[in-house]
Design a protein around this ligand. Structure first.
Ligand code: IDP
Ligand code: MG
Length: 150
């Protein structure tokens, strides 16, 4: 069985609004397991590197300001197809187009305050996890047999 990892970050608005538990709950109850978590004040260089692919976009400076504006919760969640399913749990980039039942669909309105980040592909997840967790991950696999058949 190949268990994918995805990088999920609760952005400063999500932390400030007290939605950390709500987000964690949704990933936990799906059956994914938490390999890493930290509350972090983000250095500007890290925010810039995280969103380096968007550097040419007009909203990039505002996006970097948003990410450094308060602590974020950075996490790694692991399980079958966690990248694509994580994106479904999160919802569309623009919260007004996110379905109800998704995190963004349920808890936010503006694209520039869309509460949460999730890796968009397995390769970007690897890059982001290495960037945010250079110290490596914990070894936490307590309940696999209750989630997977084999
Ligand atoms: P994603 O977070 O759904 O993967 P991306 O296109 O990778 O979306 O954009 C990264 C982040 O940049 C978004 O989550 C959002 O916070 C911000 N962003 C994207 N498009 C806009 C925009 O048009 N205006 C302001 N912020 C934007
Ligand atoms: Mg993205």
């Amino acid at each position: 069985m190949s268990l994918e990892q995805t990088f999920i970050m609760i952005k400063p608005d999500g932390v400030a609004r007290g939605l950390v538990g709500e987000v964690i709950k949704r990933f936990e109850q799906k059956g994914y397991y938490l390999r890493a978590l930290k509350l972090k004040n983000v250095e500007r260089e890290l925010a810039e590197e995280h969103y380096v692919d968007l550097k040419s976009k007009p909203f990039y400076p505002g996006l970097v300001e948003y990410i450094v504006s308060g602590p974020v919760v950075a996490m790694v969640w692991e399980g079958k197809q966690s990248v694509v399913t994580g994106r479904k749990i999160i919802g569309a980039t623009n919260p007004l187009q996110s379905e109800p039942g998704t995190v963004r669909g349920d808890f936010c309105i503006d694209v520039g305050r869309n509460l949460i980040h999730g890796s968009d592909a397995v390769e970007s997840a690897k890059r982001e996890i290495a960037l945010w967790f250079p110290e490596g991950l914990s070894n936490n696999k307590p309940f696999l047999k209750w989630i997977y058949e084999s």
